[in-house]
Design a protein around this ligand. Structure first.
Ligand SMILES: Cc1ncc(COP(=O)(O)O)c(C=O)c1O
Length: 449
């Protein structure tokens, strides 16, 4: 049985979890890491692989939650970080490193006329809303069902189904300032036409959770048209897609340029860091003025102890240098495509319900549900409702599937994964084998038909 096998391989992880539950709520430090009977504890990572406390090896598809496009411990990044650490980890002052980092971001990201660093993606999306509100003098923000923008108060609304259930711990007054809509132009235009208090629209430009809930083709162009027509700001949340979909992110690939963009993850080469970039006149709200009255009434105050710290800046520069060539994105995308195809062949061969889909260098796995446009090859947009795509699988099936993949030496992430340029053909083969064994085991346990 899958769960017994998982436990048998992980005595040390089990013992650590017993300590962890007395320290952290549910024993974890990030919701995504919560899994019963207990999570796996990792001690080391290199390239495409990582190892746990019990000595088990994994092909890693969490890849620093998408931050590690170049894989774990890429030499150029580690060397840059080592040099930086030896010169001090925080100067409490401006540095040349932050200028070099910011220049690279400006050069790569089409919408980046100005750059403001933050310490995380959540902080970046939070600042983007404040900028949109300050710049337009309006209050409300439109977001889309199933799109994730970090854990800040405003944007957790409508993040997972059922869409109408409000997130806990957030005042109604805050929730009333955000309108969550389906990714559909008609309701969007209706709201834009009737509500004159909309400051901006924020979207994951490849669909919710890095293309897990894909958006219709041509949606971005029309969204750009509508936001311009109704004079509201368009914000692309490229925390995951930035530098991954292309060196210039999704906007670089699709040629649709937003007013503001939020970045993190690959931006800082696997270290903490984020940024809001965008039009000069929008980021002007962050500027100091010679008029004290303006500073008091119009300037957005923005601090953050670790903004553009020299370690993250050094890692970011080294990473973006490599990323700017477009080569790692191509390598990772090719591997992801091979894998999506090979996993779908298994679904077809075993005649189970499911599909593996995705775009660029990511993949998503849905088992127990069968989209009618599944043919066995690669697929970008399964014909399934957004709430089904967002959840991916029934809860217990998802849990057993993840345990089984771990037991077979593969760490998937959010029922899918982010492929890096460090992944090899052998990693793909190993993942395909683990998937085949998992499909067999899940069928044997009667949870997959
Ligand atoms: C699209 C998107 N936006 C924002 C965030 C929040 O970023 P962070 O975890 O750095 O706060 C994430 C995190 O995964 C994300 O995927």
């Amino acid at each position: 049985m899958i769960e017994e096998m998982y436990i048998k391989q992980r005595h040390k992880s089990m013992a650590l979890y017993e300590k962890a539950v007395n320290i952290f709520p549910s024993g974890v430090t990030h919701d995504t890491r919560f899994i019963l009977p207990f999570p796996t504890y990792i001690t080391e990572a290199k390239g495409s692989r990582k190892w746990d406390v019990d000595g088990n090896e994994y092909v890693d598809f969490a890849m620093g939650h998408g931050a590690l496009l170049l894989g774990h411990g890429r030499e150029e990044v580690i060397n840059a970080v080592r040099d930086a650490v030896l010169k001090g980890t925080h100067y409490g002052a401006s540095s040349e490193l932050e200028i070099r980092w910011g220049e690279m971001v400006k050069r790569l990201v089409p919408s980046a006329e100005r750059v403001k660093f933050t310490s995380s993606g959540t902080e970046a999306t939070l600042l983007s809303l404040r900028l949109a509100r300050a710049c337009t003098g309006k209050t409300k923000i439109i977001k889309f069902h199933g799109h994730f923008h970090g854990w800040q108060d405003y944007l957790t609304v409508g993040e997972r189904p059922p869409w109408e259930i409000p997130p806990v711990g957030i005042p109604d007054e805050v929730l009333r300032t955000v309108i969550a809509l389906p990714c559909d132009l008609s309701p969007l235009e209706r709201v834009l036409k009737n509500d004159k208090d909309i400051a901006g629209v924020i979207i994951e430009p490849t669909g919710g959770s890095w293309a897990k809930v894909p958006i219709p083709d041509g949606f971005l162009e029309k969204l750009r048209g509508l936001t311009t027509k109704y004079d509201v700001l368009l914000i692309f949340d490229e925390v995951v897609t930035g530098f991954r979909w292309s060196p210039g992110g999704a906007q670089g690939l699709y040629g649709v340029i937003p007013d503001l963009t939020t970045l993190a993850k690959i931006l800082a080469g696997g270290f903490p860091g984020g940024a809001v970039v965008g039009k000069k006149e929008v980021l002007e709200s962050l500027e100091f003025s010679e008029e004290e009255e303006r500073n008091q009434r119009r300037k957005i105050r923005h601090q953050g102890t670790f903004n553009a710290n020299p370690v993250s800046a050094a890692a970011g520069i080294a990473c973006l240098n490599i990323v700017s060539t477009g080569k790692p994105q191509k390598e990772a995308s090719n591997r992801a495509l091979d894998m999506r195809k090979a996993l779908n062949e298994i679904i077809k061969a075993y005649e189970v319900r499911g599909c593996v889909y995705g775009d660029s260098s990511v993949f998503h796995i849905a088992l127990g549900i069968a989209p009618r446009n599944f043919t066995g090859g690669d697929i970008r947009h399964p014909a399934l409702p957004p709430e089904v795509l967002k959840m991916g699988m029934e809860k217990n099936l998802a849990r057993l599937f993840q345990l089984s993949m771990l037991a077979e030496g593969v760490d998937i992430f959010h029922l899918g994964g982010l492929v890096s340029s460090a992944h090899t053909d052998e990693d793909v083969e190993r993942t395909v084998k683990a998937f085949e064994v998992s499909v067999q085991s899940l069928r044997k346990e009667g949870v997959l038909k």
